[in-house]
Design a protein around this ligand. Structure first.
Ligand code: PLP
Length: 451
């Protein structure tokens, strides 16, 4: 019999456990509990196979910026699939969806980020970036300038390149990472690592680690620095105000390319089109994905400045993916960008949703379990603590309390994620004040029920 939404949940879960390997999931846990089967979604709300309505405060994986159920995107995909479902952009051919999306992105991007190299995901785009920056310096006669500096606890994807750029030690431990010529500095995570320093002092100290690392490696060996404007998967870590201006100064002073990984921050999440605008930085390259299509179709890319693109274009860049600039994904992304602009979704974030969420978030700081509540635009975090005053950690293994809180949220029909003992949100950008009230109510209930 066909497998469908009409099957009993237990049967679907059994088939899922038997055949489907889930990313970032402990198999044993899944086998015992079974995964929740999501059957449909609209706006900010998911429905599961038992009819529960769940508020998705993570926009899927930080990607469904315009919310679920927008038929215009389905229609754009259908139209494009009928007209030209696939053609490549290798070997002197192109097509209108790729041209139109590249031109639109060049318009939206700040500065002279006028060129796009398309990929199928954020990870692939970051792999492109590794090859792009190394090839750029080699083409300029500096093949030794190839080290890319990143940060511990950064997330830049799951491919060998992406996970090497990322600074997740748990990922490095599985599968022989990182690849050569990647170096790391510490993250600007004041709450966890700031000790007695003020956030401002700490921001400068962490930024200056970049200068120290460049000095250690030699300026002629360092190609680029990569960072998310606001770390997402690491736990929504909003850097102190002193951090980014100092990083920008150091990159400028030492002839280092700056890569802003905008996979989460891009397309409205922080209240501007790009997180780089919120943090006032001028990257040479931006990684984009997720909100580019609001997750309706898999597409990512690298937005590249004039100087880098010109050097790359002087020869052949021996790199590309079958799905670079996929016409259906590009058509979906264009429709998504049209909706963000015409429905003034970023203005909605800035003027309505983020200020209201910030009020609620500040109220959560009073909860006995919350040591810190931070939010920028519509990405926020709560640090759970046994002792509010002291920024203390729990005696239990890191993440146990966060996991429990996440499970309570799940049981209360709220999707929030935990990163260790931090709770994080990044809801669809179209979230309305009435949804935020529900989110807040369920979050408080879940926190109250946590141990
Ligand atoms: N970069 C950042 C900042 C991300 O958050 C992610 C995914 O969460 C990626 C890159 C990887 O993107 P993808 O999962 O589309 O490969």
């Amino acid at each position: 019999k066909p497998i469908s939404n009409h099957m009993p949940t237990a049967e679907l879960q059994a088939l899922d456990a038997a055949h489907h390997m889930h990313p970032f999931t402990a198999g044993a846990e899944l086998g015992a509990k079974g995964a929740r089967v999501i059957t449909q979604a609209s706006g900010v709300t998911l429905t599961d196979s038992e009819g529960n309505r769940i508020l998705d405060a993570m926009a899927g994986l930080w990607c469904v910026n315009i919310g679920y159920g927008r038929e215009e995107l389905a229609e754009a995909a259908s139209r494009q699939m009928k007209q030209l479902p696939y053609y490549n952009t290798f070997f002197q051919t192109t097509h209108v969806p790729a041209i139109a999306l590249a031109a639109r992105l060049a318009e939206l991007a700040p500065g002279d980020l006028n060129h796009v190299f398309f990929a199928g995901s954020g990870s692939e785009a970051n792999d492109t970036n590794i090859r792009l920056v190394r090839h750029y310096w080699a083409a300029k006669g500096k093949p030794e300038k190839k080290v890319i500096i990143s940060r511990w606890n950064a997330y830049h994807g799951s491919t060998m390149g992406g996970a090497s750029l990322g600074g997740m030690k748990g990922m490095h431990a599985q599968g022989g990472l990182p690849i050569p010529d990647i170096a790391y500095i510490d993250q600007p995570h004041w709450y966890a690592e700031g000790g007695d320093m003020s956030p401002e002092e700490f921001g400068l100290e962490r930024a200056r680690q970049l200068e120290a690392k460049i000095a250690e490696l030699g300026e002629d060996k360092v190609a680029a620095f990569i960072a998310e404007p606001v770390q997402g998967a690491g736990g929504v870590i909003i850097p102190p105000e002193t951090y980014w201006p100092e990083i920008q100064r150091i990159c400028d002073a030492h002839d280092i390319l700056l890569i802003a990984d905008e996979v989460i921050c891009g397309f409205g999440r922080t209240g501007n089109w790009f997180g780089s605008q919120t943090m006032n930085i001028r990257p040479h390259i931006m990684t984009i994905a997720k909100g580019l299509s609001s997750g309706y179709a898999p597409i990512g890319g690298s937005l590249v400045c004039d100087e880098v693109a010109e050097v790359i274009a002087a020869g052949e860049f021996a790199h590309g993916y079958t799905y670079s600039g996929h016409p259906v994904c590009a058509a979906v992304a264009l429709e998504n960008l049209r909706i963000i602009e015409e429905e003034k979704i970023i203005e909605h974030v800035r003027e309505v949703a983020a200020p209201y969420m910030a009020e609620k978030w500040a109220a959560l700081a009073d909860h006995p379990l919350v040591g810190e509540a931070r939010i920028v635009g519509l990405m926020g975090s709560l640090a759970l603590t046994p002792d509010k005053g002291a920024r203390a950690k729990f005696a239990s293994e890191a993440g146990t309390v966060g996991l429990h809180c996440r499970d309570r949220c799940f049981a209360n029909n709220l999707i929030m994620r935990h990163v260790g003992d931090r709770m994080i949100i990044a809801p669809p950008l179209v979230i309305q004040p009435a949804d935020i009230d529900i989110l807040f109510e369920r979050a408080v209930k879940s926190l109250d029920e946590t141990f």
